[in-house]
Design a protein around this ligand. Structure first.
Ligand SMILES: O=C(O)C1=C[C@@H](OP(=O)(O)O)[C@@H](O)[C@H](O)C1
Ligand SMILES: C=C(OP(=O)(O)O)C(=O)O
Length: 472
């Protein structure tokens, strides 16, 4: 189990004498809520932005500082991997409850290491093109579950760039490459229909290729376009202007990646379960520090949650979702028909809400979620149906019929968004116990503490978020 030193994942939303029994010791009893919410929360930095900025700072033309970065398993894996490649990364204490800033000093990229990708898509897809710029052999592996995630496009694209890659034919981790200290670059075509991260990984490193890169996506569909736009925006802020002469084609000029200090935005996708809680419980949840403009797809929650009858208000740099009376207060909200191809990482929270809706929902455009931390379509339908739900899977999505749900064990499949989807359902359904709540450490180790704050008015303090931080 990963325990971030910036959190205390053991923190429970219950008083010591009121913790419900679970059928299996170690399961997390998802708290129900019996009152309308009225809570305001801050969240730690964005995973997607933190791991992009770590890579770009490592490839930049001088030292820089990342302010308010995420500290979680995915960012820790990225930091360790970059250090193994010869990049200097040190913590700069600030008093921020979510952890210190990071000072990054680029170095000559060196081989000779084995990189643990854990279960992080951003590590396994972003770092191989960076490693190709190093000198020497570099091996990539990860969790057992990571060995099921699609990697063929990364492997094929590196080979198309002339990089020597050793891999069996399965198109997954583990594999290794032999970096020659430079990559010529040029013109390659890839099929990124399984993940936008194949595109982002190449774009992030391409300015450091001798001839830059012209990248063409040849597959039928391309999920998560906002994440590619995020990559392009992060590069632009560092002076690398990526042109897209036609959809699915990107041209990255060779040149320096400028070192800049960056303030990270809070993770808006991680806001999804907290804001969804207002829809279920009624009342309001406010997320502080909501950026006025952003490339994060989590910003779509402002439009998505009103589809379930909630109202969204932006004021004073915060987003508030008000769920009215909520299901808990005796209200109901309708199901939805939605193509979520641009925001697949929001799907588990949206599907959890759909499972509590009063009419059917159909979510499409999310077939690629079968290659996420787990096959999310199979996992969501199995877990909701085990609680008495009626979810059917099709290739590209899920259909959810309204049913009265009952308690039971909700499996996380080591997937942080499965854990949090179970917590949303548990707000309204007595006796839901979550197996594997620790999976939330992937991007939000403070989830149990923040959820306790949300449902139980337990103040978020240095005791429940930063016990072992030693900064304050
Ligand atoms: O580039 C990124 O930071 C991400 C891209 C998306 O991946 P896919 O395109 O594989 O869905 C998203 O789901 C993931 O959580 C983060
Ligand atoms: C798909 C996700 O993660 P990853 O970055 O590992 O792909 C996610 O966080 O929903």
């Amino acid at each position: 189990m990963f325990v971030s030193k910036y959190s205390n994942p053991e923190f429970s939303p219950y008083d010591d004498d009121s913790v419900p029994e679970t059928t299996v010791p170690g399961n997390w009893p998802a708290p129900t809520v019996s009152h309308a919410l009225s809570e305001s929360l801050s969240l730690p930095g964005s995973k997607s932005l933190t791991n992009r900025e770590l890579v770009l700072a490592a490839l930049a033309d001088g030292p820089s500082v990342l302010h308010s970065p995420l500290h979680s398993r995915d960012s820790a894996l990225m930091i360790e991997a970059l250090r193994a490649l010869g990049v200097g990364i040190t913590e700069v204490p600030t008093g921020n409850v979510f952890g210190p800033d990071l000072a990054i000093t680029p170095g000559e990229l060196e081989g000779g290491s084995s990189i643990d990708c854990g279960l992080a898509g951003t590590v396994m897809r972003f770092l191989p093109p960076v490693a190709a710029l190093a000198l020497g052999p570099i091996a990539f592996d990860g969790d057992e579950a990571a060995r099921r995630r699609p990697m063929r496009t990364t492997i094929d694209s590196l080979r198309a760039l002339g990089v020597d890659v050793s891999a069996d034919g399965r198109g997954t981790l583990p594999f290794s490459l032999y970096g020659m200290g430079s990559v010529a670059g040029g013109d390659i075509s890839i099929d990124a229909s399984a993940s936008s991260q194949f595109v982002s990984g190449l774009l992030l490193a391409a300015a450091r290729f001798d001839n830059g890169l012209t990248l063409r996506h040849t597959g039928e569909k391309l999920p998560s376009m906002p994440h590619i736009e995020m990559t392009i925006a992060c590069l632009a802020a560092r002076g690398v202007i990526v042109e897209s002469p036609e959809p699915g084609v990107w041209v990255v000029p060779a040149g320096p990646i400028r070192a800049i200090d960056v303030e990270l935005e809070p993770d808006l996708s991680n806001a999804a379960p907290f804001l969804a809680a207002a829809v279920v419980a009624g009342g309001s949840v406010t997320i502080e520090g909501w950026p006025a403009s952003t490339t994060q797809v989590g910003a779509d929650l402002e439009q998505l949650l009103p589809l379930f009858g909630a109202t969204a208000t932006r004021a004073d740099g915060a987003l508030t979702i008000n769920g009215g009376t909520g299901v808990i207060g005796g209200g109901s909200y309708p199901g939805i028909e939605l193509d979520l191809s641009t925001g697949g990482e929001l799907a588990p929270a949206i599907v959890a809400l759909a499972a509590l809706a009063s009419s059917p929902s159909t979510i499409t455009g999310i077939g690629h979620l079968r290659g996420h931390e787990t096959d999310r379509l199979a996992a969501l339908s199995a877990e909701i149906n085990a609680l008495g739900g009626a979810v059917t899977e099709f290739d590209d999505g899920l259909h959810i019929e309204p049913r009265k749900l009952h308690g039971g064990v909700w499996h996380s499949y080591e997937d942080h968004r499965m854990s949090t989807a179970g917590a949303i359902i548990g707000l309204a359904v007595e006796g839901v116990e979550i197996e594997g709540i620790d999976a939330t450490a992937k991007t939000l180790p403070q989830f149990p503490a923040l959820w306790a704050t949300l449902v139980g008015d337990v103040p978020l303090t240095t005791t429940n978020t930063t016990t072992s931080l030693g900064l304050l």
